[in-house]
Design a binder for this molecule. Structure first.
Ligand code: HEM
Length: 339
């Protein structure tokens, strides 16, 4: 008889954490981050993200007709290489964060009950199992991990959304048409939760995450002997699970290579067939934040520009995150511009 695959999870009950100061006090410190990434806490950030996206598009995109980007590099530490520059930049950023932490610590009042509880303040005040504060460098490392984990994934996702929207003009037109409703409220009004939750845009984003998941997979540990698809996995072995194969199972996604956001209409795919954010207790805590970031940016992009790929058949590299080989250069066409 086939045994269910047993894997270890880091026990985490996200929903036990509410947003009150008391719950923060009682919250194990690894959970502190989770409460800031829940939808309830994120509403506030939508107009801020919206105005930042607008500013960025205005300053860095509008003056150009061609946009190129690149981010990953080979980990060979030779002076003059991108990796070498990245290591140096990492040190500078860590120092900056250390300064911010030092300053925040100095400014904390004796009585911390009434201080405003943002993520950093809570991390500074969170105690470990032994009642000790976290080491400054550990806090810096956590912030860096959060920035890297949250940045590369979402930027990859936005890049590939741009690729698919350029390749499937009917999906682009449908997105633009539907998003115009949200924009009809006034040119200077910022987006809010309801605007962002328009289903079609998220369906497009999901289909993008299905075909090109930014994360190739993560590891699990077999806590018992088990079999999967006829293979025996001995106890103690590491298993790499990957959404790439799961997402292309024709049983659940007919014609799996086709980009079709309509797959996500109605109830969407069956449970555990679509897992770009992982699953179970270790599911990505940043998924709601990622959703907002992707949708706010794409919303601004689609309502402002149309674009075409400069290299129609650009190769995709996997390092292991998917990356267009030339950085996906595109020709930008502002809607009010005649081409
Ligand atoms: C499209 C965007 C994103 C994708 C596709 C993604 C995907 C994933 C995946 C597959 C995992 C592993 C889950 C598992 O092992 O079951 C993960 C973990 C994680 N993600 Fe994300 N992520 C995204 C955005 C973000 C953002 C924006 C943040 C932070 C703001 C974030 C923070 C984290 C953290 C801290 C973990 C580790 C959780 C743990 O080990 O318990 N992610 N993510």
């Amino acid at each position: 008889m086939r045994k269910k695959c047993a894997v270890t999870w880091w026990p985490r009950s996200v929903d036990q954490v509410a947003l009150s100061p008391e719950s923060v006090e009682n919250c194990p410190r690894r959970l502190v981050i989770v409460q800031y990434l829940k939808p309830k806490a994120l509403h506030y950030f939508i107009p801020i993200m919206d105005s930042m996206a607008k500013e960025h598009l205005e300053a860095d995109w509008s003056p150009n007709k061609q946009i190129i980007n690149g981010s990953l590099c080979v980990p060979v530490n030779i002076p003059g290489t991108a990796y070498n520059r990245a290591i140096k930049a990492g040190k500078v950023i860590r120092q900056e964060f250390k300064q911010v932490i030092k300053q925040m610590k100095e400014e904390l009042p004796e009585n911390t009950e009434k201080v405003s509880r943002d993520f950093l303040t809570n991390t500074l005040l969170a105690l470990d199992e032994n009642g000790r504060f976290m080491d400054d460098m550990l806090i810096v490392t956590k912030i860096m991990a959060l920035i890297i984990g949250g940045h590369e994934t979402t930027t990859t996702s936005i890049t590939f959304m741009m690729k698919y929207l350029a390749e499937y003009p009917h999906v682009y037109s449908e997105s633009k048409w539907r998003l115009q409703f949200a924009r009809s409220k006034g040119p200077n009004d910022l987006l809010n939760w309801d605007d962002i939750m328009k289903k079609y845009s998220w369906n497009v984003a999901c289909e993008n995450l299905r075909l090109t998941p930014p994360l190739a997979g993560t590891f699990r540990n077999a806590t018992d002997d088990c079999t999967y698809a006829g293979f025996t996995i001995p106890k103690g072995w590491k298993i790499l699970w990957s959404p790439y194969s799961t997402h292309k199972n024709p049983e659940y996604f007919p014609d799996p290579e086709k980009f079709d956001p309509l797959r996500f209409e109605g109830n969407g795919p069956a449970p555990y067939t679509f897992v770009p954010f992982g699953g179970g207790p270790r599911i990505c805590p940043g998924r709601e934040y990622a959703r907002l970031k992707i949708l706010v940016f794409i919303h601004n992009l689609v309502t402002r520009f149309k674009w075409e790929k400069v290299i129609p058949d650009e190769k995709i590299n996997y390092k292991p995150a998917p990356n267009p080989a030339e950085g996906l250069p595109v020709y930008l066409k502002p809607h009010n511009h005649k081409y």
